[in-house]
Design a protein around this ligand. Structure first.
Ligand SMILES: [Zn+2]
Length: 265
């Protein structure tokens, strides 16, 4: 784990990349910040987390780090020990953690809960939506540390790296670490309600777009040609044919549309 800092004093904000070793976008955004070394109005902690997995270009060494929190100092797995060290490092910080997916190119934010902080900051980020994971937060960083996660785009793409850079700057501006103004936008909020399982098969297909409502009776995915049909309407989130081993993604409900409060007054 690599820890660095912009500015002096004790940071209350942190930018985190490389929770997953096969998602280099956030690491590149952090390296760029370190290269540029901008003058900050409040100190910022920068953390590149799973260096071993990044070096091997794999998601993890022993287990998924974002399911391993809180971890323990003497955990049996590399990620179990790393989780414990990261929690200690991020104690007291609002953290901004960057990820990328195989399911969706457009950036979106993921939060544990729709808190006042999330409501204030997320509409100032260049994201399409905010997703509340509520029931699916177990073992994730934000179950321990106040965190805004962002999905920056498609794993390994140049666009995801550019998005990570833009998102980081917007976050640091929104929290007053970088000077200037953010661009506010209306932001739809979704809550994950159900995991969409997939059976073991050779080929998987997904027929729907993330964040676009699926109607009852619509086929939304198939495993070896066997179609799965919606009983009730839902919004697909993180749906992809080959992203996760045993789930297609999640079914979400739409909660609200937030408007950017920072530009309203
Ligand atoms: Zn990730």
């Amino acid at each position: 784990m690599k820890v660095a800092q912009l500015g002096s004093g004790t940071p209350e904000i942190a930018v985190v990349g490389g929770i997953h070793g096969d998602e280099p976008c956030g690491v590149r955004a952090i390296e760029r910040l370190l290269d540029e070394n901008p003058t900050v109005e409040r100190p910022v902690k920068l953390v590149v987390v799973n260096e071993e997995a990044l070096e091997r270009q794999v998601r993890f060494v022993d287990e998924d780090l974002n399911r391993a929190f809180p971890g323990a100092p003497n955990a049996k797995t590399h990620e179990g020990r790393l989780a414990d060290r990261l929690v200690e490092e991020l104690e007291g910080c609002l953290s901004f953690s960057m990820h990328s997916t195989q399911s969706h190119a457009e950036p979106f934010a993921i939060v544990n809960e729709v808190t006042e902080t999330a409501k204030e900051i997320c509409p100032q980020l260049p994201v399409q939506a905010m997703v509340e994971t509520s029931n699916f937060a177990e073992g994730r960083l934000f179950s321990e540390i106040q965190t805004i996660e962002v999905e920056c785009g498609l794993q390994g793409s140049e666009t995801a790296a550019q998005n990570a850079d833009r998102l980081t700057r917007a976050f640091l501006t929104a929290v007053g670490a970088l000077p200037g103004d953010t661009v506010g936008r209306d932001l739809p909020v979704y809550r994950l309600v159900e995991c969409i399982h997939k059976d073991r098969a050779d080929t998987y297909e997904v027929f729907v777009e993330n964040f676009t409502e699926v109607d009852p009776g619509d086929a939304f995915a198939a495993a070896d040609g066997q179609k799965q049909v919606a009983n009730e309407p839902f919004y697909p989130v993180l749906m992809s044919s080959n992203g996760y081993q045993d789930v297609f993604g999640y079914a979400a409900e739409k909660l609200d549309v937030l408007t950017d409060s920072s530009t309203a007054d």
